[in-house]
Design a protein. Sequence first.
Length: 287
Amino acid sequence: MTDDIEAARRWYAEDLRAVSPVTRNAAVVEAFARVPRERFCGAGPWHIYSRRRGAPAFETPDADPRALYHDVLVVIDEARDLNNGQPSLWAYVFDQLDLKAGERVVQVGAGTGYYTAVLAEVVGRKGQVEAVELDPELASRAKAALALWPQASVVPGNGVEVTGGPSADVVIAFAGATYPARAWLDRLVPGGRLLLPLTGGNGWGFFLLATKTADGFAARSLGRCGFFPCVGARRPEEARRLGKALEALDGKTVPTQALHLGAPPKDAAGLWFAGDDYWLSTEGLDQ
């Protein structure tokens, strides 16, 4: 049975390579092939959502872990609409982040720790993943499940307030915010990357990838996404304005090329969206 599960996990990882797709970093595929998803999803049978939008969750026929090695959402807490996340989505964004062995990652929203383990595999034993989780029960589950990865740690608390820690190469938010928290940006080293789901009031938005440079933050969209709200990183009026800006695009790609802090000047070039204390521009930093 062990060989069958490992074979299923390898098939799953190779499938993610194709459907995500993963085109830049083969270490992402290997990480998904090594991490046992069943370790983070509780005892089976499991409730899962298929990729067919709007379809209800259904229960797997039994507790065979091979049921988890598909690109499906696994329910963690149905009452709160919490799930284990879409593997192909995270494989894609991890690939786009250009994660390297030895890098330091801060993960805001660990859940039960599955993607923490995947990140820990990608950065390796010389890297570090600091996972922050607000929910005490989820933090406890993640800490226990991550015992096999000494390079990963779980910090209970609000990830929006993770100040004073060591510098980070990458900060990833696993919940939808309406603005980039200053604590996340402050921890980035030069060349560091912030991956943030910026979402409107309906929970839908886009992945913002911001890279710290000597001139500011270069930025681009990694595509549309929908997320559970990030506690402490949402402003209702800001969410409303962001939702309207996204609706106005009518499905087109978010055109941002730079993230600026503070209020935009009156003659701001290429202003696409102005938050309460940041703005996104359609013009790059060198323009």
